[in-house]
Design a protein around this ligand. Sequence first.
Ligand SMILES: Nc1ncnc2c1ncn2[C@@H]1O[C@H](COP(=O)(O)OP(=O)(O)OP(=O)(O)O)[C@@H](O)[C@H]1O
Length: 637
Amino acid sequence: MPSIAAIPEPMAVDDSASKKAKRKQLKAEAAAAAEAAAASSGKKEKKEKKDKKRKTKEPASSDEEGRSSTSSDSDRAPSAKKAKKEKKDKKAKAEPAEEPANDDGELTASGEEEEPADPNALANFRISDKLKDKLKSKGINALFPIQATTFALVLDGNDLVGRARTGQGKTLAFVLPILESLVNGPHKATRRTDYGRPPSVLVLLPTRELANQVHADFEFYGGTFGLSTCCAYGGSPYRPQENALRQGVDIVVGTPGRVKDLIEKQKLNLRCLKFRVLDEADEMLNMGFKDDVELILGKVEDVTKVQTLLFSATLPEWVKKLSMSFLKADRKTVDLVGNEKMKASASVKHLALPCNKAARSQIIPDIIKCYSHGGRTIIFTETKESASELSSLIPGSRALHGDIAQAQREVVIAGFRSGKFLVLVATNVAARGLDINDVQLIIQCEPPRDVEAYIHRSGRTGRAGNTGIAVMLFEPRYKFGVTRIERESGVKFEHISAPQPTDVAQSAGNEAAEAIASVSDSVIPVFRQQAEELLSNSSMSAVDLLAKALAKAVGYTDIKKRSLLSSMENHTTLHLQTGRPLYTPSFVISTLKRFMPEDRLSSLHGITLTTDGTSAVFDVPSAEVQDYIQARRTWPG
Ligand SMILES: Nc1ncnc2c1ncn2[C@@H]1O[C@H](COP(=O)(O)OP(=O)(O)OP(=O)(O)O)[C@@H](O)[C@H]1O
């Protein structure tokens, strides 16, 4: 006999634990995941570290070190505490590089000021003192695995394809050896330093924001050697870029369109190029820059004199093939992801949440309240229109997409970086490479079309040893989008339901209670009389009244119900059990028609069969729940 009941609790997530406990658990799990990832990419290195006293150092080799480990990391049972320590130390765990060489007297070969046990300590690499000081000023005392494994290869003149997960320091993996190579290494002798010199380095990347970021790194670290950098991207005036090129620069960082324009206008000359770097190469090709990139790379007269480096967290097969035409035959490949199942960042907790499009703007602010821990949030939408629309619906957020004027885009990014506002609603322009401090939460409004987008978007959090949370929303009907991303990225989503209004209110209440403690006693005389009147005129207890005051202080006058299935406000999820196969959603409708008038069923939506096929869940307006339950009771069958 069929039965029908409202589902009062989330179906797939245990909400019984307090918010605090949940937060703690998430943090600990994400930290453990981070540890596992680090352990995974550096498994061999860790083992070696253990045995360090017995073993001698070996030179870095792409063949050996590029291989990633798949063996069991669970044995390690990493603790959150340990992960925290790791975050603090930002320790890298890769193979030691070759013995440092002292090629011009500027480089140090001793590990005196470094932690001697760390094979990736700066002292173990051919990095000059000036550059080391700059790195230390940023809190960098050791290289990350991708940097440690590629440093000597690049400095020694190899072409290279480098791959590591998001947030693992790929930028410095090319910045550092390029700078050393120009100033102290093989290119020192032939590098031009005169007025009007053509650049020695060209870095191509897909977005303007990323160009700005990498430019800033080259300026910061290259400035120490007196190297000058020019940033060339579309939407910005030509004049300053052309002036800089006329005077002569050492490094040009830019997007393919503008770089091509400057070459065609004969403002940019690549005849003295020593390095060309393709950062996020697959995205440049995805964005239709393939012809521009090929044209630019083809402008180099003598390719034997140029080193070409290609870096990304994702290297689809066709990009690898393409690298064959850009890079020399003896190129090295360092792939720290390799054939490992998990391609996305392992220091990120990946969550999936069913949510109808119409409910997004209601639910997203609650997700932010529950999961951002007061840090920054980036929300990704598929289209520019939905980014603008959503940002207009989410208080305190700003939009970023390709239709926004470049000057405004820069203002938005600067505001987000500086913490002027904490929520950015963006299209894929913010998906690649952006490294913004304290991004705690990523929300993707729907499963992206390609898995690379998922990997890069979710990788805006959980960077450089930190942990983060990525929530992907999906239409309950299109659950296959989640399965597809799971299959292709290796991510195992934890399925959660929308934070219930009571959860959100509770966490707001906690904050309000803390805030009350900071209110000065000077307000008491002013408000005491109203407080006394309120208490004497009310039949409620002082505690209940205070609870109401807290609710009002954080903007609550009512708690609305939210469906678990589609996250719609004022909707409730019902569970129909028949004990017999239901086959399809239309079969569910015909079953319901037996006890509910047909016209009432028009407000029902989101019918989803449970896995055993004998029951179904669907949403109805909360006001109609009792009608369903009553009708079922009076129905004889
Ligand atoms: N050796 C290091 N020690 C500590 N922090 C580092 C180190 N190297 C890089 N970082 C920091 O790690 C962060 C991530 O680096 P970066 O942006 O280069 O990552 P990425 O691998 O290029 O990520 P994505 O794939 O998302 O572009 C940056 O804030 C950077 O300053």
